[in-house]
Design a protein around this ligand. Sequence first.
Ligand code: HEM
Length: 198
Amino acid sequence: MRSQTEVVHPAWLRATHWLNALAVVVLMMSGWRIYNATAFLGFAFPKGITLGGWLGGALQWHFAAMWLLAGNGLLYLGFNLASGRLWHRFFPLSPRALLADLLAALQGRLAHADPQHYNAVQRLAYLFVMLDSVLLVLSGLVLWKSVQFPLLRELMAGYEGARRVHFFAMAALAAFVAVHLAMVALVPRTLLHMLRGR
Ligand code: HEM
């Protein structure tokens, strides 16, 4: 059994996690307002869930929060790599373990006894959101300074392609957040660990 004094999430992880959540909320809501200015997919987001009031205001919010996301994300990845935590928390990850944990989760019998250990579904979801965030930043760089990043721009099939990559990566991030919050609601103890560290 785990001792109550054992640290589950170190302070740097909790700080970067909550700053990241703040950046994502601001980026998403202001991003929806920016999208509405040229709704290239034929629908608009309701104004009430957007941030910035108008295109110029939304861009200011978006540009401010992008520095927070990128800087904070680099700190998170840097600490995770330097401490070796990335490898022992998220690997190994095999298709077999993933299938077994997915089946167990669907049957409501996935164990949560040890909060130090992420199951295979959590590992995949968290690795996915890390890569998705990198894709969001890279496609965002093309939209921000497309002339300065010609290689990235061409890899994303030009400016219009990068717009779509950015939008669908945002949609994947929104889907992750919805599932993530549902999981936290199902196992509220994990929220205490992410707030208090133990
Ligand atoms: C207010 C919204 C959020 C809440 C309440 C929340 C809550 C939590 C909790 C409780 C955990 C620990 C899960 C566990 O021990 O099983 C966690 C981990 C994590 N969350 Fe969130 N989260 C939120 C938003 C986000 C967002 C927006 C992202 C990413 C875009 C995110 C990415 C992650 C990642 C990657 C981890 C694993 C971190 C690690 O161990 O390195 N979260 N979150």
